[in-house]
Write a protein that binds this ligand. Structure first.
Ligand SMILES: Cc1ncc(COP(=O)(O)O)c(C=O)c1O
Length: 466
């Protein structure tokens, strides 16, 4: 998608003034939308009015206050399906605490057995990487598909070889992100059908994609989709969703039951009967007071239009990329290195980079954090829970990783030193629906501080996590 005309996105300028006024009142420059979206004030007002105007009890009952909650929960569920254009005959929306909860549901219940395959891209969030532990525990084989520098995409010629490597009568699960939370790369949704035609079930991690891109489940038919709603509309936190094709859901074997997931369970008979559909996968009491806010938030996105949001972040993201590419020291050497695509093609508004000293060394990301805080800029540093993308971006080989022991009692800094790295990761700037040109200009002023920077102070704090 090309840059938007100002008229097309003027609705977002108005919203920024009215619904996100707290950003400019506090001189905040928020550039961490891949970490968490921001809510519009009207979402809170509508949600609070709804809560203040009713009596809502635990939905696991039939009394009037319980029925009122059930009605809202089911309305939210129906809205989520509608938002993603998912037919209720084809898809079920299962509420979870977050995208991680959705991914875990699939990982722990996917019927992995010896000889089965779990295929995933290097470029994945740790909440997808963690599924390999479920696969391994049940004897399935895990294979990682590498990304290739400099764009950090998967070699499209190589992928078919991985996809055709299945054995009949086995369960095969492919997991990849629709958009990288590290580099912003948008991996092709065309892989879904291609993989399915080779006998793979497809788990699409859409957590970083859906806040600024339309995911139309009448066009694409992944077996499982994981999202977190706070990333899409800022409020509420604590609610995510697994969208699952009914056919694929029927394959899952839950390792336990709990309150809410069964029609009945017996103690003396040690038997239980599962609840049908989504309920079988929703452990305990769903977040019933926050679920109405999901509908409120998604309605806001629908009202603005995902295409408008997409156009806005494409325009602003192009400017951020261009400003980083043009950032040079007085001697003409580059002052920033971008990890991922430099052009606005098949990428989203998540931009990973590092600042460089004039001698080409990476500027310590902890110092970047410090300067960003002085500018009241919220961005992210580290590896963003996506170690595979980082390993490729920083050309860290398996041998290098094996060369340093990450033993008990060691800190991340000890390990970074042990394997000879000069930095603990990258910087990530990400844009969202409330981003505006002034944010990009502030980012440019902040970036200019790194021009001709020869060194950093030696009082930087220890690294806690990557
Ligand atoms: C691509 C991707 N997947 C999964 C997650 C995990 O989301 P959550 O922490 O909401 O479970 C994130 C969070 O940043 C993400 O960006």
């Amino acid at each position: 998608m090309g840059a938007a005309t100002p008229a097309a996105t003027s609705v977002l300028d108005a919203l920024r003034r009215t619904e996100f006024a707290r950003l400019d009142e506090g001189a905040h420059v928020y550039l961490d939308y891949t970490g968490g979206g921001l809510y519009a004030e009207c979402q809170l007002r509508e949600h609070m009015q709804l809560l203040m105007g009713g009596v809502f009890g635990n939905p696991h009952s039939i009394n009037p206050s319980s029925a009122a909650s059930t009605k809202l929960v089911e309305r939210a569920r129906a809205y989520v399906l509608r938002f993603f254009n998912a037919l209720p005959e084809e898809y079920v929306a299962i509420f979870t605490p977050n995208a991680t909860g959705a991914l875990r549901l699939v990982g722990e219940a996917y019927p992995f057995h010896a000889g089965d395959r779990f295929l995933l891209t290097f470029d994945n969030h740790n909440s997808v990487n963690g599924i390999r532990e479920f696969a391994r525990a049940r004897g399935a084989h895990t294979t990682y598909v590498p990304s290739v520098t400099p764009d950090l995409r998967v070699d499209e010629d190589l992928l078919p070889r991985y996809l055709s490597d299945t054995i009949g009568n086995h369960h095969n699960l492919l997991a990849y992100p629709a958009q990288s939370n590290f580099s912003g790369v948008q991996h092709p949704l065309e892989w879904i059908e291609r993989a399915q035609s080779h006998g793979w079930d497809v788990l699409l991690d859409a957590a970083a994609f859906v806040p600024t891109n339309r995911l139309d489940l009448s066009v694409w038919h992944p077996d499982f989709v994981a999202v977190s709603f706070y990333k899409m509309c800022g409020w509420p936190t604590g609610v995510g969703c697994l969208l699952a094709r009914r056919e694929a859901l029927a394959k899952l074997e839950r390792p336990w039951f709990s309150g809410g997931t069964i029609v009945a369970a017996f103690v003396q008979r040690e038997y239980y009967q599962s609840a049908p559909g989504a309920a079988h996968f929703e452990d305990g009491t769903v977040n019933y007071l926050n679920l109405p806010a999901v509908e409120i938030g998604l309605r806001l996105l629908d009202g603005i239009g995902m295409e408008t949001i997409h156009a806005r972040v494409s325009d602003l993201g192009t400017r951020v990329l261009d400003s980083l590419a043009a950032l040079t020291h007085s001697d003409g050497s580059p002052a920033a290195a971008i990890y991922g695509p430099r052009s606005w093609e098949r990428r989203g508004a998540t931009i990973a980079f590092n600042f460089l000293h004039p001698d080409g060394e990476v500027v310590d990301e902890r110092y970047v954090d410090r300067v960003a805080a002085e500018h009241n800029i919220s961005l992210r540093t580290g590896c963003f829970c996506n170690p595979g993308a980082g390993e490729v971006a920083f050309t860290i080989s398996r041998e290098t990783l094996l060369g340093g022991e990450f033993g008990e009692g060691m800190t991340l800094d000890d390990y970074v030193r042990a394997i000879g790295l000069h930095s603990g990761g990258a910087i990530r700037a990400s844009l969202g629906l409330a981003s505006n040109p002034a944010d990009v200009e502030s980012f440019g002023r902040f970036a200019a501080e790194f021009i001709d920077l020869a060194g950093v102070p030696d009082d930087l704090p220890p690294r806690q996590t990557c």
